[in-house]
Design a protein around this ligand. Structure first.
Ligand code: PGA
Length: 277
């Protein structure tokens, strides 16, 4: 996704959590915390905020987000327009519900549901063609990191995941670097340096595939146990353009604290750019 200079992108992935009542409460609390459109534009323009509830609550959450500064995203889709695909949901249906973003390639879908790079690539191309913005998740397992295969893994997931993606749609795509070992893990989250290094690898590979200009405009989020306690240290790192937040996005105060950390990091980065100029 193309962001304004230093704008951060914070996305809440609710996964398979919440009841209808909880979804309503949580969405309202996030909207109240972020403010309605046009209010506090100066700070809010520093961060783009999206929440991704489970499928059954998209309509009710969408209603609450309507007219707010928070966008609606979805956690998955099936890459066909329509047809005999029992239980699946098409991009058209999601657009009908007001979804702007879709998370694809999440490690839980890769590892627990067996989604292949080729299938994820198909989804990415179909989603972009349909008009949805894509958050493509990539990341290595602990075994791969220990075996020094992180770079090779990211390279493979990017090469396959972005194969045949038209260059002019790259402005509607962001990458979430989510090391598998850091997701939902209270003991292990990537250090800011590990995140920065991986983001640099990702940006370099995207530059090779799509050119330097596209790579510089690309938002790369970090995901994996992002919390209010570690968000600021991550966001101030070069090339860490936001976060994909799981667990902490289910608690409004925590999610809002992460959004505030993104706003301050953007302010600090802008000030230092201005001072250096
Ligand atoms: P987590 O989840 O923040 O709970 O680690 C992140 C994700 O899976 O997107």
């Amino acid at each position: 996704m193309k962001l304004d200079l230093r704008q951060k992108f914070v996305v809440g992935n609710w996964k398979m959590h919440t009841t209808a009542a909880e979804a309503r409460r949580l969405a309202k609390a996030v909207v109240d915390g972020i403010g309605i459109k046009g209010v506090g534009v100066r700070d809010e323009a520093r961060v783009s905020v999206t929440i991704c509830p489970p499928f059954p609550y998209l309509a009710l959450v969408g209603k609450i987000l309507n007219g707010s500064r928070v966008s609606l995203g979805v956690q998955n889709l099936y890459p066909e327009k329509e047809g005999a695909f029992t239980g699946e949901v098409s991009p058209t249906m999601l657009l009908d519900l007001g979804c702007k973003y879709v998370i694809l390639g999440h490690s839980e879908r890769r590892h627990k549901l067996g989604e292949s790079d080729a299938f994820i690539n198909h989804k990415v191309r179909v989603a972009l063609a349909a008009g949805l913005d894509v958050i493509l998740c990539i990341g290595e397992t602990l075994e791969q990191r220990k075996a020094n295969q992180t770079e090779a893994m990211l390279d493979r997931q990017l090469t396959c995941g972005l194969a045949d993606v038209p260059a002019d749609t790259l402005t509607r795509l962001s990458i979430a670097y989510e090391p598998v070992w850091a997701i939902g893990n209270l003991e292990h989250h990537a250090t800011p340096q590990q995140a920065q290094d991986a983001h640099a690898v990702i940006r370099r590979r995207v530059a090779q595939m799509f050119g330097e200009k596209s790579a510089q405009a690309l938002a790369i989020q970090y995901g994996g146990s992002v919390k209010p306690e570690n968000a600021a240290a991550l966001f101030c790192r070069d090339g860490v353009d936001g976060a994909l937040v799981g667990g902490a996005s289910l608690i409004a105060d925590q999610f809002l604290a992460i959004v505030r950390a993104a706003i301050s990091a953007s302010q600090t980065q802008e000030n230092s750019t201005t001072t250096a100029a």
